[in-house]
Design a protein around this ligand. Structure first.
Ligand code: TRP
Length: 368
């Protein structure tokens, strides 16, 4: 307990899980900004690590939530494939709606519809230093990965600039809380440094954001090796059909040493059981199945049985999402309206923040 406290004190800018956030709530409304790059449909890893807690955030009365689709940011890597981004923006809005996020309660924002993001990023560049950006470990990793590619391996200035643009994403709605994956924490630290510098240099009082980190580790892919990711081909999408779910569960990594029904099995690192732990509501039933899987003899069970249960469990979870998705796919004008309204609603607030900064920077009203 003491060590936990100490750790928490060293990282006051990190909040652990929704429960951690709830402990900190007070009368004062908090603003949450988070986002995704539109580079494909969403998968179960997005659900477990992000969407699930966003849905919880929507239920907290004092939270104002802004969910950003960062198409400017995605262009840093997909400039040559704009069709992919166009399609993904729509897919993400549909995925968000289908899991139950509500654009009446939260503001869905497509980044490029709010050019104030670009203008704010431009000013923030003046306050950021070259060394602190280039020292950012997440950016360094990403740069190294891009340079190692066979093709599409040139680094644009825009790509290098994205951590600063992300500070603008957070500052524009005056974000206090930023739910992110752990690898994004250096970006939040950078945001705090830059915003603090803006405050000190100009006398502004913009809030220093804090990261909200998921308590659950990243969902492993069906291969059991890496975190779930569409590009690694180990993902189950929240839009997958029953046939796709069946095919993917069939391929899941289990215990390679359980070669017959009466051989003792290992339930550690067993992907089917990992997913059942997350998606099946009856924890006792799953514990019981694990005991039988580990046992040998007449009461033992084999992969086939647990896989069948996982298919039904995942299909029960995904099918209502799939149904809503079909509805929205058939009504593209609804999606278009949500995108337009979100931007329109947000732009007036965004202009206020920009005016405040420009006034503090004294770049308004020359000669006046
Ligand atoms: N970089 C984030 C990701 O890849 C997406 C993102 C863009 C974001 N702008 C943001 C996240 C602002 C949090 C805050 O997932």
């Amino acid at each position: 307990m003491t060590t936990l406290r100490q750790n928490e004190d060293k990282t006051p800018h990190i909040i652990h899980g929704i429960e951690g956030l709830k402990r900190e709530l007070s009368e004062k409304p908090l603003i949450c900004l988070t986002g995704m790059r539109p580079t494909g449909k969403l998968h179960l890893g997005h659900y477990v690590g992000a969407l699930r807690s966003w849905i919880e955030m929507e239920k907290i009365p004092n939270m104002r939530n802004y969910f950003l689709i960062a198409d400017y940011q995605a262009l840093g890597d997909y400039l040559d494939d704009p069709e992919k981004i166009r399609q993904s923006v729509v897919d993400i809005v549909i995925d968000w709606l289908s899991v139950g996020l509500d654009p009446k309660k939260s503001c869905f924002i497509v980044q490029s519809y709010v050019p104030e993001f670009a203008e704010l990023a431009f000013y923030l560049n003046m306050f950021a230093t070259y060394t602190e950006v280039m020292r950012n470990p997440t950016l360094k990793d990403e740069i190294a990965k891009i340079e190692k590619r066979e093709t599409n391996n040139t680094l644009s200035m825009w790509f290098i600039n994205y951590p600063i643009s992300q500070v603008a994403d957070i500052l524009l709605p005056r974000g206090d809380i930023v739910p992110v994956w752990e690898d994004q924490v250096p970006h939040i630290e950078l945001a705090r440094k830059i915003i603090d510098r803006v405050n000190k240099k100009t006398g502004a009082h913009f809030p220093l954001p804090r990261a909200l980190i998921s308590e659950t580790p990243r969902l492993v892919g069906i291969d059991g090796k890496d975190k779930m990711s569409k590009s690694l081909g180990n993902a189950i999408m929240i839009s997958d059909s029953l046939a796709e779910i069946q095919k993917k569960v069939q391929k899941m990594y289990t215990d390679p040493h359980k070669t017959s029904i009466d051989a003792p099995g290992n339930t550690e690192n067993h992907v089917v059981f990992m997913y059942l732990d997350i998606f099946h509501e009856d924890k006792n039933l799953i514990e019981n199945l694990k005991v039988r899987y580990r046992a040998w003899g007449s009461d033992s069970i084999w992969d086939g049985e647990v896989k069948k249960l996982l298919v039904t469990t995942l299909d029960a979870f995904i099918s209502p999402i799939r149904e809503k998705r079909a509805y929205y796919e058939a009504h593209p004008q609804l999606i278009k309206a949500i995108i337009d309204e979100g931007a329109e609603r947000f732009r007036s607030e965004a202009q206020e923040v920009l005016l405040e900064l420009k006034s503090k920077m004294k770049i308004l009203n020359y000669g006046g």
